[in-house]
Design a protein around this ligand. Structure first.
Ligand SMILES: Cc1cc2nc3c(=O)[nH]c(=O)nc-3n(C[C@H](O)[C@H](O)[C@H](O)COP(=O)(O)O)c2cc1C
Length: 197
């Protein structure tokens, strides 16, 4: 049970959660134990059929350089020369180094395939929201990014994923240099229909 004060805190946490990007990180390194707490909360996401499809690969320290080199090399290898942008290559190589940790977000497909794939993706998305909220609760910055190698099938094995699995992006984490500005949402009433008989 939650007291009204605790409920108010949860409301504040959810509504104040913001995406914080690598350019806004201080460069300081977060203790691994804190990242483990974020992952522990991610592990409590809802999951249809208790498949727990989320798989995480945490890049830290020299691992960030490894990821940077991998994604830049993949981009170069898989992009036709006429479409290649040096600026994008440089960003893929430099952006990870602005982070304290980067968590690759994988979806492991159930062998039987009984649970619809979309529901497994949804379960991972719930796990990512737990990462977001936990980062906010610890005054850390983070965001879910789906750029780089996210949707390149050739990249999956680097993250321990098989053909039937999916890479859903990356959760970039660091200490925020500045508090986030207030978020903006259109009223939920515009997106809700009530049926009362
Ligand atoms: C599935 C998903 C993918 C996202 N991918 C990106 C991305 O590739 N690049 C980016 O800048 N933001 C990405 N975001 C973060 C959104 O831009 C961000 O949530 C949105 O601007 C609202 O801001 P807020 O998170 O601060 O409320 C993604 C968010 C979700 C849910």
């Amino acid at each position: 049970m939650f007291t009204p004060e605790q409920t108010a805190l949860v409301n504040q946490l959810i509504r104040q959660r913001r995406s914080v990007y690598p350019a806004q990180f201080t460069g300081e390194v977060i203790p691994d134990a804190l990242i483990e707490q974020l992952l522990e909360n991610a592990n409590w996401a809802p999951t249809h059929g208790k498949t727990e499809p989320w798989r995480f690969v945490v890049f830290a320290g020299a691992g960030l350089q490894k990821l940077a080199e991998f994604q830049a090399t993949m981009y170069q290898k898989l992009t036709p020369p006429e479409a290649f942008k040096q600026e994008k290559y440089d960003k893929l190589l430099s952006n990870p180094l602005k982070c304290s940790h980067i968590i690759a977000l994988g979806m492991k497909r159930q062998e039987s395939g009984k649970i619809p794939e979309i529901e497994e993706v949804e379960a991972v998305a719930c796990a990512v929201q737990n990462l977001y909220l936990s980062a906010t609760a610890h005054n850390l910055g983070g965001y879910w990014g789906t750029g780089g190698v996210t949707y390149m099938p050739e990249a999956k094995s680097f993250f321990g994923l098989g053909d039937a699995d999916s890479l859903l992006g990356f959760f970039y984490v660091g200490y925020p240099a500045q508090p986030s500005p207030e978020g903006q949402r259109k009223p939920v009433s515009e997106k809700t229909t009530w049926v009362r008989g």
